[in-house]
Design a protein around this ligand. Structure first.
Ligand SMILES: Cc1cc2nc3c(=O)[nH]c(=O)nc-3n(C[C@H](O)[C@H](O)[C@H](O)COP(=O)(O)OP(=O)(O)OC[C@H]3O[C@@H](n4cnc5c(N)ncnc54)[C@H](O)[C@@H]3O)c2cc1C
Length: 531
């Protein structure tokens, strides 16, 4: 059994560590602790484990929620491939998405992002054959590579003890901060004055949720480089990520419980000693690790005094929540080949080469054109799909949302938010569906299931207060906040997941391994790299 329901579990032992949330960050930390002989108890409030890596089903359809493609896992020597092998003993298979992983489209103009840095560069130069643009493309790739090279020191610093960080931290952070402290737009405008080239180069900005004038260039570079060698998808769907990891934790005596909502982290004399569950039960452990996100941990799981003692209150004054999103989950009757579904994702923009203006306009008026439409085809990416779902295919369409638009229904319950909310959802769904049909007109007439998630759905299921897509926002300011790290001002309380490092499955995994490194006082990153 890969997990149990908290509500049906009477006897819960005392464990070495309690982890709040079962996202990939918590899972990585739990595996590393398990390998060091510690028994872990993972408490997940959702009915499904895995955090954003979980899948859900309606009728005969299945969708992933927060995993559409992952880079670097097809290269066995990459850090991420090694990290996956470390946590699941190599029991997860990946399917390559092929030569083109992203298709960026502005109006009718299409730009393919092809696998391989060299091939990618050459392809981009074909789209931009002007000499000045070609030089800028080379400079851009060099900058992306340099930012990525500096990342190791920056993140490794987060695992240093206080004294070592005071001595060596500045030096380890400096190189990366040269890139992280600037916006993507600033860096790109330093190499080109061609707005169309800038818009195309930032065509994947949805992967980190901020348009060029707001995002940190380091985050942009990290995502771009992550996919340079193509995209991959877990064979069997993204739930396989959790399924492949859980046995490692269980084999070491750990337990994973779903429907297990933590209400409060309990501290005694400045030390975390356990958690108070939503049903009033207390569970104790000498280590408490939160993978629920720093904002949720500080604002909902700590008392006012502990929030201030943890240092998290101060951090949160400096960093914003990331944007929220809408996702249209679609089920079509027909096989992938019948429906002619591609593996590559679509990034579809209006025929304007200015992401910032498009986002601004949408935030001022949600009836304005969607600033971006992202489309993913899990049925086409997963080679095992047809064994599992012989006659159906699924598609996901995502765009940005204005949280403010959904505020009137904040106090209503999921599926009982009223007819005006349903009417708004129907109207948005229709608009998003129209965009999909512009991209893939052959799908018309095959739709069988359509369901829209709003920021309130994300808040309900994943406990992000503003339904945010990527935890804390990835602007230059975020990277200057040193306290976004695994250790807190409270003894025995640690943080894991995307807010410790960066968003993305890979980023949250780095957060997870850094957290375990701090707890075990070992450089696990080096151990994983040399494994
Ligand atoms: C729409 C979308 C698309 C994405 N696409 C990609 C992609 O294609 N590739 C990629 O690499 N990344 C993608 N990401 C990002 C990636 O999924 C996340 O960055 C990563 O999974 C976050 O992992 P985490 O462990 O930090 O947190 P989460 O996965 O958010 O896990 C946190 C867990 O904590 C639980 N929790 C919260 N409060 C409590 C509580 N009080 N008690 C108990 N449990 C609690 C939550 O229910 C949740 O399960 C996407 C994300 C989204 C939302």
């Amino acid at each position: 059994m890969a997990y149990l329901s908290y509500k049906r579990t009477q006897n819960i032992d005392v464990y070495d560590a309690i982890l709040i949330g079962s996202g990939i960050g918590s899972l990585v930390t739990a595996v590393a602790l398990s390998k060091a002989g510690k028994r872990c108890l993972i408490l997940e409030r959702h009915y499904a484990p895995g955090g954003y890596t979980h899948t859900f089903k309606r009728k005969q359809y299945e969708w992933d929620v927060g995993v559409h493609y992952i880079g670097e896992v097809m290269r066995p020597q990459s850090m991420l491939a090694r990290l996956f092998r470390y946590i699941n003993d190599g029991s997860l298979e990946w399917a390559d998405m092929g030569e083109v992983y992203d298709r960026v489209r502005f109006g009718d103009e299409i730009f393919d992002f092809v696998k391989g840095r060299q091939a990618w560069t050459e392809q981009l130069k074909q789209y931009f054959p002007d000499h000045k643009d070609m030089v800028a493309i080379d400079q851009y790739v060099a900058l992306v590579q340099s930012a990525a090279r500096e990342a190791k020191g920056f993140f490794a610093e987060k695992a240093l003890p206080k004294l070592a960080s005071q001595v060596a931290g500045g030096m380890m952070r400096r190189g990366f901060m040269k890139f992280a402290g600037k916006t993507t737009l600033e860096v790109l405008q330093s190499i080109t004055d061609n707005p169309k080239l800038i818009a195309v180069l930032t065509g994947q900005y949805g992967d980190y949720g901020l348009p060029p004038s707001q995002s940190s260039f380091a985050m942009h570079a990290s995502v771009v480089r992550h996919y340079f060698n193509g995209g991959a998808y877990p064979v069997g769907g993204s739930a396989r990520i959790y399924e492949s990891i859980a046995p490692v934790i269980e084999a070491a005596g750990g337990m994973i419980l779903v429907n297990a909502e933590v209400k409060r982290i309990i501290t005694q004399k400045g030390k975390a000693v356990g958690v108070l569950m939503a049903d009033g039960r207390e569970l104790n452990a000498p280590l408490v690790i939160s993978g629920a996100g720093i904002a949720t941990t500080a604002q909902h799981l700590l008392s006012v005094d502990d929030r201030s003692a943890s240092g998290l209150e101060k951090s949160l004054q400096k960093v914003e929540h990331s944007a929220s999103h809408l996702c249209l989950y679609l089920g079509f009757k027909g096989r992938v080949d019948e429906l002619n579904l591609p593996k590559a994702n679509w990034w579809y923009y209006p025929a304007e080469f200015d992401h910032d203006s498009l986002v601004k306009r949408f935030n001022q008026d949600t009836n304005a054109e969607f600033p971006v439409i992202y489309v993913s085809f899990p049925a086409a990416k997963d080679p095992s799909w047809h064994e599992r779902f012989p006659y159906q295919s699924t598609v996901e369409v995502i765009t940005v949302a204005s949280f403010e638009q959904f505020k009137p229904w904040l106090d209503t319950k999921w599926h009982k938010r009223g007819t005006d909310y349903e009417a708004l959802k129907a109207q948005i769904s229709e608009r998003m569906l129209g965009k999909l049909y512009e991209l893939e007109p052959q799908l018309k007439g095959h739709l069988d299931h359509c369901e829209l998630s709003t920021p309130l759905s994300t808040r309900h299921f994943c406990n992000y207060e503003r339904g945010e897509i990527y935890g804390l926002q990835h602007d230059p300011q975020r990277f200057s906040v040193k306290s976004l790290r695994p250790s807190t001002g409270i003894k025995g309380l640690y943080l894991t997941g995307q807010d410790v490092a960066t968003a993305g499955v890979g980023g949250a995994m780095i957060g997870g391994i850094l957290c375990a490194s701090v707890i075990l006082k070992r450089n696990l990153i080096n151990e994983v790299i040399s494994s």
